[in-house]
Design a protein around this ligand. Structure first.
Ligand code: GYE
Length: 320
């Protein structure tokens, strides 16, 4: 796929701070919110000139986009890395060109040649999901756990963290993960994977973990079509990540049993980093954003994640 560039800059806008943003793509509602956050914050009215590239989930296109920003000689480069590896060469090129890089959302695991990273702890999200499920299953007397996982895009740190976190808890309590397949963080992908799961594991599963809300929407369609009931009154516990508004409504309706938030609004934090750099200050290397864990039923109030007690939020109209 060819990446599409939208350059919102006026020619000769010399006083604006120029920024290139290599975005993952447009696979999910979360992503749409992330893009909007950047476009709102890095507007001309706020003193910025944003070159935005939608990399359409294509790693090669993303490297090309970053190199394009080096050629444009932008002041700062923001990268939301589609995959976590393969970055050191291009980040060295950014460094040699004297352009500071800020990484958002997903992490880069094979290079630290960037100023700051702003995002979420995906492993903690997976651990939280597992610990909540343990408490919920005990409270409901569920017995054996037989789970199916619809993973996000392969190689994305968000996928790796959520998968590892949940698996760690599944191993700890001796649960069975019947299968774990990528739905590519899309609704169509979630539906397709769930359709095949419904055929291969008919009657064998009681938990479905979707690594984002769009996959959960697709999985719901597939389960509806296959006559599988889910949610608080159904046979299958349905869990999701992201907690976007329509998905939280589904939690309130009892269709999604629990949802683990991931905050897409990184841009205001990135702006702080840029303003610190402009002022000659040294920003923090890692900036974690706040997030909450949401449940349809008010039966598990806190869960222990990595040694800290965290609150589960019972979704009501007030939360929406
Ligand atoms: O969960 C998903 C998006 O990287 C955390 O990517 C992000 C994930 C998010 O497509 O909806």
């Amino acid at each position: 796929a060819t990446a599409e560039t939208t350059d919102t800059a006026d020619a000769g806008s010399g006083d604006l701070i120029s920024i290139g943003f290599a975005q993952v793509g447009h696979e999910s509602d979360w992503r749409t919110a992330s893009t909007k956050s950047a476009q709102d914050v890095f507007s001309e009215a706020n003193g910025y000139e944003l070159s935005f590239v939608d990399c359409d989930n294509d790693s090669a296109a993303q490297l090309e986009a970053v190199r394009g920003f080096i050629q444009q000689d932008v002041d700062y480069i923001i990268i939301d890395p589609i995959v976590s590896t393969g970055w050191d060469t291009v980040l060295t090129e950014c460094e040699d060109a004297g352009i500071p890089v800020i990484v958002i959302d997903r992490t880069i695991d094979d290079s630290d040649k960037y100023v700051s990273w702003v995002g979420s702890n995906f492993k903690d999200e997976g651990l939280a999901c597992g610990e909540w499920l343990k408490a919920y299953a005990d409270a409901k007397g569920m017995g054996e756990i037989n789970a199916l996982v619809i993973e996000g895009s392969t190689g994305a740190s968000a996928t790796i963290g959520r998968t590892d976190g949940f698996k760690e808890i599944a191993d700890k309590y001796g649960w069975t993960i019947l299968d774990s397949q990528s739905g590519d963080f899309t609704e169509a992908g979630g539906q397709e994977v769930m359709e095949s799961f419904c055929q291969s594991y008919a009657g064998q599963f009681n938990v479905v973990i979707c690594q984002n809300d769009n996959e959960a929407f697709g999985a719901m369609t597939a389960m509806d079509n296959a006559g599988v009931s889910y949610g608080v009154d159904g046979d299958v516990v349905l869990v999701s990540f992201d907690a976007n508004k329509p998905a939280l409504q589904l939690v309130m309706d009892g269709k999604i049993t629990a949802n683990f938030e991931c905050n897409p609004m990184a841009a205001p934090f990135v702006e702080q980093v840029i303003q610190q750099l402009q002022a000659g200050e040294t920003p923090e290397k890692e900036i974690y954003m706040d997030e909450s864990w949401f449940a349809a039923e008010d039966i598990v109030s806190t869960i222990n994640v990595n040694g800290t007690q965290q609150e589960m939020v019972h979704v009501t109209q007030d939360v929406l």
